[in-house]
Each structure stands twice: as C-alpha cells, then as structure tokens.
Design a protein around this ligand. Sequence first.
Ligand code: VGL
Ligand code: ZN
Length: 197
Amino acid sequence: MTHALLVIDVQNDFCPGGALAVTGGDEIVPRINAAMADFDAVILTQDWHPAGHSSFASTHDADPMSMIEMPYGPQVLWPDHCIQGSIGAQFHANLAADQADMIIRKGYDPAIDSYSAFFENDKTTATGLDGYLRTRGIDRLTLVGLATDFCVNYSAVDAAKLGFDVTVNTALCRAIDFDGSLAAAKGGMIDAGVNLI
Ligand code: VGL
Ligand code: ZN
C-alpha cells in the first residue's frame, strides 16, 4: 500500500494566540514533523478564506459560534480566521512545510465553507484531492492536525467513503470540542470505518 500523511490545517489561527485557537494546537507540531519520514507522501491542507466569507459571524452581524441555515444546510458561524494571505493563515512557523509534496487549499469559495479536504460543505463540490491521491497510487491515509472534531473529522469520513484505508492519529490532533462536537465526531468517524489510534 502507498501511505500518505495528511496534515490538516496546522495554521497560526488554530494555534494559541490565533483567531480560532485550539487548546494545545501548537503542541502537536514537533511530533507531526517527526512522523513525516514514516510516510510515502506528505500532504498539507490550508484553510484559505476570502475576507467576508459566509462562514464568518461578522459577515452576518451574528455571534461567533452561533448557527445559521445555509443553502447546503446548518453552518457554525466562526470568528474571522485563515484569511487568504494573512499571518493567521500561514502554517505554524515550526511545521516542516518544506517536507510536503502537496498543499491543498480549501474554503476559498465565499459562499461555501469547506471543513473536508475532499468536499466543500455542500458535500458535492470536490477539491480535487481524491484525484491527486488516486493518480499517485495512494490508497492509505493517516490524518493528523486541527481540529479533530471539524476539519480532521470531515476529511477522515469523506476519505473513508471514497474507499481509502483511513486512520486518525488522535495523539497528533487537538479538538475545538464545542457543544459535544468531539464525542459526536468520534462516533461518526468510527461509524464510517475510520481507525482511531
Ligand atoms: C476548521 C472551523 C472553521 C478546522 C476550519 O480546521 O477544523 N474549523 N474552519
Ligand atoms: Zn475555516
């Protein structure tokens, strides 16, 4: 099998001091770097929103972490984060981004959020990552990064649905854990056939 490490959204805004900080988000960086050598390929994702993105609470004059109904379903409204070209959107300075074969950006459509590295939140618009992995013969994925209960979770479930052999290394992830989201994510990943280690 050809086994890739998929490193989800290890960006400044998801680390302590960032706009949507995940507790301990920076702690996992050294061990993610060390793990890279164990894989046939390393792929990074980068949350990459235009200013005024529809997933931002500020765009709707709403409170961060409130919910809105979008044409594609319910959507959490987040603080402004990972704005294209901003410091917050950059990878954590210590992440060994030079080791990546591929960087895939997501969330650039102003009207649709994209938690998953494979499909936007409408569940139909593809990012192209599936084709990239298949054309490289990659059939096995280990996911690490931020946040366990959102972008890691959605990416892992989509990867499993697409037929990849998927593992989430939870020791190398950190969660937002908002309103029971971590427990729900773990259940959903297990139901989808994702291996949690
Ligand atoms: C994420 C919320 C909004 C994530 C991205 O990387 O988990 N969460 N955008
Ligand atoms: Zn985002």
